[in-house]
Design a protein around this ligand. Structure first.
Ligand SMILES: Cc1cc2nc3c(=O)[nH]c(=O)nc-3n(C[C@H](O)[C@H](O)[C@H](O)COP(=O)(O)OP(=O)(O)OC[C@H]3O[C@@H](n4cnc5c(N)ncnc54)[C@H](O)[C@@H]3O)c2cc1C
Length: 156
């Protein structure tokens, strides 16, 4: 049975960022993603503030930033116009497909493993480790489990 320091269930933004950061600390990391492709299907518009952008420190290359703007104008049916100015805090529109794939590539460069078409169906925890059942036919073990599925339904 394969054993890792950390298994991350969910290869979306949170799971992949976590995988990138933890694998950079020389931990053995495995990401389990149920879909057949990282970043797809994309259900996110990718709008974030420049403060978040600074915090996450993503490269502006790699086709991650699709657009940036500093003003939003709303026009009501009654011709009322409302402007929101973000001069101090620009808005970025990120390409979530490219962003998720960038994070996956960085995690893999650090030594992380990513398995697609792998759905975690249950887990068992004891004092020493967590055992995760994948696709109902494979068992993986780890010291820590990160639940990065967006839906918080129980794994059990
Ligand atoms: C229509 C829409 C527009 C949005 N626009 C914005 C926006 O403009 N700006 C913004 O900041 N946020 C936006 N969001 C929110 C943003 O998309 C989420 O906050 C973000 O994707 C959450 O990341 P995550 O990694 O937690 O979840 P996800 O990106 O959803 O990743 C979870 C992953 O877990 C996988 N998974 C689930 N269960 C299992 C399992 N049992 N086994 C294996 N894998 C599993 C899924 O396949 C998925 O890949 C938007 C959301 C929606 C729906």
């Amino acid at each position: 049975m394969d054993k890792f320091d950390v298994i991350i269930v969910g290869g979306g933004f949170s799971g992949l960022l976590c995988a990138k950061e933890l694998s950079a600390k020389n931990l053995s990391v495995k990401v389990i993603e149920e879909h057949n492709e990282i970043g797809y299907p994309n259900k996110c518009s990718g709008v974030i503030s420049s403060k978040t952008m600074q915090l996450l420190n993503f490269p502006l290359s790699k086709n991650i930033v699709e657009n940036r703007f500093s003003k939003i104008v709303f026009y009501s049916p009654g011709s009322i116009k409302l402007s929101l100015d973000f001069k101090e805090n620009e808005i970025f529109v990120l390409n979530r497909y490219n962003l998720d794939n960038y994070l996956a590539e960085e995690a893999i460069k650090n030594g992380a493993e990513i398995s697609i078409l792998s759905k975690a169906t249950s887990f068992l925890q004891n004092d020493n480790e967590v055992k995760i059942k994948v696709n109902d036919n494979q068992i993986l073990a780890s010291n820590y489990l990160v639940d990065a599925r967006v839906l918080l339904e129980s794994l059990i």
